[in-house]
Design a binder for this molecule. Structure first.
Ligand code: TMP
Length: 203
């Protein structure tokens, strides 16, 4: 199977597009997410995103927790699926660690560890391609804050400079791996069609 990743900043429509991909691809594509995607990794997700103490943690703590969750997700969900010949689409992956922890949380000293961890934890199971729903942070955040029923996590809530550094980090990461940038500014249905076309092409 082939391994793909979907990335997008806050308000890029990523979660709604994931639902559309489920409808379109059905059993042809296993859709999973990070942090989470396996029972134990989902518990780590709750610790990272919902714990009342999470905000006090720094990039070094989050970096380690995201990689720990990812190791379990790889072992129990992604690698077995690929081995069965299934294609996998993951909502966020190591690209988010690079963008959020190294860039947005301003922990440049983690950059060299990032590539080491990537080699150590992923080995040959690196994603075949990353798809990036790109939208300016100002536009994305404005969208997200007006959406009903959206709960913001402690990363979403941070200032515009944080989200600008995050996008810069993603663009920097994508220079080093196979990727496709999809403009997320057009109407939702237009973006859905581009994403489906791209995935069909690469599957
Ligand atoms: P989401 O389900 O809305 O995508 O929330 C996941 C949050 O976790 C999002 O704010 C980005 C953050 N995150 C990181 O900071 N590092 C990571 O490695 C991953 C996978 C997510």
């Amino acid at each position: 199977g082939k391994f793909f990743v979907l990335e997008g900043g806050e308000g890029s429509g990523k979660s709604s597009q994931i639902k559309k991909m489920r409808e379109h691809f059905g059993g042809r594509l296993l859709i999973t997410r990070e942090p989470g995607g396996s029972p134990y990794a989902e518990e780590i997700r709750a610790l990272i995103l919902n714990s009342k103490n999470a905000k006090q943690a720094g990039a070094k703590t989050h970096f380690a927790l995201f990689w720990a969750a990812r190791a379990d997700h790889m072992k129990n969900t992604i690698v077995p699926a690929l081995a069965r010949g299934e294609h996998v689409l993951c909502d966020r992956f190591d690209s988010s660690t690079y963008a959020y922890q190294v860039f947005a949380q301003e922990a440049g000293e983690l950059k060299k560890f990032f590539w080491y961890m990537r080699m150590f934890y992923l080995g040959k199971n690196v994603p075949a391609r990353y798809f990036f729903l790109d939208v300016e942070p100002q536009v994305g955040l404005a969208r997200k804050r007006t959406q009903k029923g959206e709960t913001l996590n402690h990363f979403d809530e941070r200032d515009i400079a944080f989200h600008t550094r995050m996008r810069k980090g993603l663009l920097h990461f994508f220079k080093q791996v196979p990727h496709t940038i999809i403009d997320a500014n057009p109407p939702f249905e237009v973006v859905t069609r581009s994403l489906i076309a791209q995935l069909e092409k690469h599957i």
